[in-house]
Design a protein. Structure first.
Lengths: 295, 627
């Protein structure tokens, strides 16, 4: 045996292990803070809400924000802040559920299309095109028009709307990854197709998918709220943000705070989740990290 | 012509400041060729960028001057620098495939500089471009000028780029690895062309390369860079034949030579120092077998004869060679075993791809397409004995990689017989290849692409063992450690990810993974082509050791004939999908019979053998013998 390797690989000279961790990107911190706060407030809503969210009280109708009712009251005298807190659960839950639906269907679709190519690719992607050709609101209407509206149905409908972008992204990532040599290496030890798809390709496809999914959560919240606004989601008296805006619409001139509060809340949540997604990408992509580390 | 004086360049990066160049002083004399050689990380490309005034924004130049004809490029206004680049300095980049704009005609791109810097009209520039294309040896320059880049081969593109660099009649030509992306025969032509141009136009050339053989063919003077410093500088023939600095000695000893088989190559242990905080003493000392106590002190360039060497013991080391193990090739492997049955038998293997579906035309009333097909593997027959290394050489597009992967059924053959370890595998469905997948494995060229970046080394190496049930679950970590030991990586590497290792270390993991299934045959698909010379030597040695210890047979695919000549028992030469010649390595290297083999061998740039007259390739080819 030649003497070279002994010295070559002596620990002193070998590559230093993991370089010192990079500090957390600012956007990830901000995103975590905003989203975390909203999520926490939503979760704790029943306990921290200052007033009952669904008790009608005619004496306190249309009160402007004041010391007792921080965000004012609505046309039935209900506390806007309490309703907002309760509504956070519905809106976030709906957005996340919808995104999970589109991930659960879109990711396997994209993986299969990108890996097998050929007619499977054509069939799956044309299917996605068909889905995409239907305007999102129309698709929501279709699902919800034939059955009585419910929030979970809104979530599924919104989830279906966002299958195509997820599937397309998963497909394009898979196309690149499938040409990498580690896939050939897996084939050279006769790995099953499902192993290659879910154990070799999927872990590498996650970073862009997570970023995309986090964007989709925000879109899903917005679209779900739009559907609720149209009366196709949560039903009164529940306090879904979209529904709150819809109900407050007629009093926009007299009591703008009823509509503005859920509007601002949604805005803040969307910004928070977007920051979270961007920050997560910076953190999650090992190649990106290696590049930044070495450069 | 070009004087670089005490140049230091630092890059700001996320991980800290990196000193890419430390007080480099160089002079390119008028009408001569100065070559900069070094491995990755040596700073050679930074010199080129600095000389062009093209340093990226994160670069800082704390000290130094770059004088072009007396004017300092670094302090010049951006506009003046741009004028200089377009008129008096010409640039040729490494990759002819990405430098040309795919949507502009060749003639327009070659003449572009004339329009911008000399105020030519587009028509006049185009006409001049045709003359230039003719000058760089392009046949039918009129039609090439009207072609788009994708219609040209790599060699033609590089000629077009050289023509573009010459358009403004520059005095200095900076070439950054101009032939690295090209095949050897094309490389030889381009080098001849550059030499002709230098003589005809009196050009000064700054030639950057990692390939010492290429440098020998083109340069008058060579500067060897290591970790941002010049370690040795002098006349090319002097430096390459009688290196003084230990690094130069090691680098030259690590290069496999055709026709001089050694047991093992000399490898340089260790790695580049951390350039964020370069050592004050000799930067090569930790890897240097000659290091003395004095190595810890700052080293300056000393004159040794007519050259400069950065080593305080240079005078003493002048004639001491790099310590090489002159191990004789073990007899068992030197003669290819003949008694046992071959581990791989391939008969009449053919694979063709549809290149394009062809133009639509009418045959009677029916629309038909005549598909354009290529046959990267065309009727190949080959046997490999147990423990034998068969080298497969050929230029890009000759079908080497396709052949390797077709044998392993990673690409399905059109026809032909494949037998691995006595089992006919060519007629079985993929699902019935379990046994063959264990006995035959593959090592890939690019370790970045062949290791899943999301898995630790333990997972990467453990998976094949678990997949084939070669060891109970509890024993897998021990097996992984044993594999790491086999490829001489420390056991604590098991918890690392691929991106936490260097190129050579990654390639070792790739080899360990192939060995995990205890195969008897491994296809090595250009396993050392992506590595630096000193690392390449270590990997080649490792492969040779493993063959001797484990009796594994290799199909060793490489475009680098010297590496193949060093490692292989037999050599097969491929050309356009056909195997033009196969025979014992010594015979192929010393007495090739097929004209293509002769052409290929004569084009290989070498660091040994009698000094070639400039433009010697052509001369050698004319004589039809090897030099």
């Amino acid at each position: 045996m030649s003497p070279e390797p002994a010295t070559a690989m002596s620990p002193a000279l070998a590559t230093p292990a993991r370089p010192p961790r990079k500090p957390m990107p600012l956007q990830l911190k901000a995103g975590l803070a905003i989203t975390g706060t909203i999520l926490l407030l939503g979760l704790l809503a029943p306990w921290i809400a200052p007033h009952p969210w669904d008790t009608i009280s005619m004496r306190t109708r249309f009160l402007a924000p004041n010391a007792t009712y921080w965000f004012g009251t609505d046309e039935y005298g209900r506390d806007v802040l309490s309703r907002l807190l309760m509504g956070a659960r519905l809106s976030i839950g709906m957005g996340v559920a919808a995104t999970l639906v589109s991930l659960a269907i879109g990711v396997p679709m994209g993986l299969a299309a990108g890996y097998f190519r050929g007619w499977i690719d054509e069939a799956l992607m044309r299917l996605a095109d068909v889905l995409m050709a239907i305007p999102p609101i129309m698709l929501g209407l279709l699902v919800l028009a034939v059955t009585p509206p419910a929030l979970w149905k809104t979530a599924v409908a919104v989830g279906f709307v966002y299958i195509p972008p997820i599937a397309r992204l998963a497909r394009s990532v898979t196309l690149t990854l499938a040409s990498e040599d580690f896939i050939q290496a897996a084939k050279a030890r006769a790995e099953s197709t499902s192993y290659i798809l879910f154990r070799e390709i999927l872990p590498n496809a996650w970073p862009p998918l997570i970023v995309e999914a986090s964007l989709r959560v925000t879109y899903a919240i917005l679209l779900g709220s739009a559907l609720s606004f149209l009366g196709l989601g949560a039903q009164p008296p529940s306090s879904d943000w979209g529904l709150m805006i819809s109900e407050a619409r007629s009093f926009l001139d007299r009591a703008p705070w009823i509509a503005l509060a859920p509007g601002f809340a949604m805005c803040l949540l969307v910004i928070g989740i977007n920051l979270l997604g961007d920050g997560a990408r910076e953190r999650l992509d090992p190649r990106l990290k290696a590049r930044l580390g070495k450069a | 012509m070009l004087v670089i004086d005490d140049l230091t360049v630092r890059y700001r990066t996320a991980g800290g400041e990196i000193e890419a160049l430390s007080s480099v002083t160089l002079e390119a004399r008028k009408g001569a060729t100065l070559a900069l050689v070094g491995e990755s990380g040596s700073g050679k490309s930074t010199i080129a960028l600095a000389a062009m005034g093209l340093l990226p924004a994160e670069a800082m130049v704390p000290s130094g001057r770059i004088l072009f004809d007396g004017a300092d490029i670094l302090t010049m206004k951006a506009e003046a620098r741009r004028q200089l680049r377009g008129s008096r300095i010409g640039l040729v980049f490494q990759d002819p495939f990405s430098v040309l704009n795919p949507s502009l005609r060749i003639g327009d791109q070659v003449g572009e500089g004339l329009v911008h810097h000399r105020g030519f009209t587009t028509e006049r520039a185009f006409a001049r471009a045709i003359e230039l294309l003719d000058e760089v040896g392009i046949v039918k320059p009129e039609s090439v000028a009207k072609a788009y880049p994708h219609e040209l081969s790599g060699g033609m593109r590089q000629r077009a780029l050289i023509a573009g660099a010459l358009a403004s009649e520059p005095e200095l030509l900076i070439l950054d690895e101009p032939t690295t992306a090209l095949d050897v025969t094309i490389e030889a032509q381009i080098l001849d062309l550059l030499e002709d141009l230098r003589i005809k136009r009196g050009l000064t050339m700054l030639f950057i390369s990692h390939n010492l053989g290429v440098v020998r063919r083109i340069a008058d003077e060579v500067a060897v860079l290591y970790a941002g410093q010049i370690v040795e500088q002098g006349a090319t023939e002097e430096v390459l034949q009688r290196p003084v600095h230990p690094y130069t000695k090691g680098l030259l000893a690590a290069i496999p030579r055709i026709g001089r088989r050694m047991g093992r190559l000399a490898a340089i242990p260790g790695r580049l120092p951390d350039l964020r905080n370069p050592p004050s003493g000799c930067r090569f000392a930790p890897r240097c077998p000659f290091a003395t106590a004095d190595s810890a002190n700052p080293q300056s360039l000393l004159a040794v004869g007519a050259r400069m060497v950065r080593c305080s013991s240079a005078e003493a080391l002048r004639d001491t060679p790099w310590p090489v193990q002159h191990e004789t090739v073990p007899a068992a492997t030197a003669a290819a075993p003949t008694a046992s049955a071959p581990v791989v038998e391939v008969e009449n293997l053919t694979k063709s791809f549809v290149l394009s579906r062809g133009a639509l035309h009418w045959e009677g009333w029916r629309p038909v397409r005549d598909a354009v097909r290529i046959k990267p593997v065309d009727g190949i027959s080959l046997t490999i004995a147990p423990g034998e290394v068969v080298g497969l050489v050929g230029e890009s597009g000759s079908g080497k990689t396709t052949l390797g992967r077709t044998i392993l059924r990673l690409i399905e053959a059109d026809s032909g017989l494949i037998r691995i370890a006595g089992e006919t595998v060519s007629d079985k469905p993929q699902s019935a290849l379990e046994a063959m997948r264990r006995t035959a494995q593959i090592v890939f060229q690019n370790p970045d692409s062949s290791l899943n970046p999301r898995k630790t080394i333990r997972e990467l190496l453990g998976r094949p063992i678990a997949r084939f049930g070669l060891a109970p679950k509890a024993e897998i970590p021990a097996r992984v450690d044993a594999l790491l030991d086999l490829v001489r990586l420390p056991a604590h590497y098991a918890d690392r990810y691929a991106h936490q290792m260097s190129g050579g270390e990654k390639q070792r993991v790739g080899i360990a993974r192939a060995l995990a299934t205890e195969p008897t045959f491994i296809v090595c698909d250009e396993p050392v082509s992506a590595l630096d010379v000193s690392v390449q030597a270590a990997i080649v040695n490792l492969l040779a050791d493993l063959r001797d210890r484990l009796g594994v047979a290799y199909l060793f695919i490489s475009h680098d004939i010297s590496v193949v000549a060093h490692l292989a028992d037999r050599v097969a030469v491929m050309h356009h999908g056909k195997m033009v010649e196969i025979g014992p390595a010594d015979r192929i290297m010393n007495a090739p019979s097929h004209p293509y083999t002769i052409k290929l061998l004569s084009a290989v740039p070498r660091v040994d053998g009698p000094p070639l007259a400039r433009g010697g390739v052509t001369a050698a080819r004319n004589r039809g013998v090897m030099v």
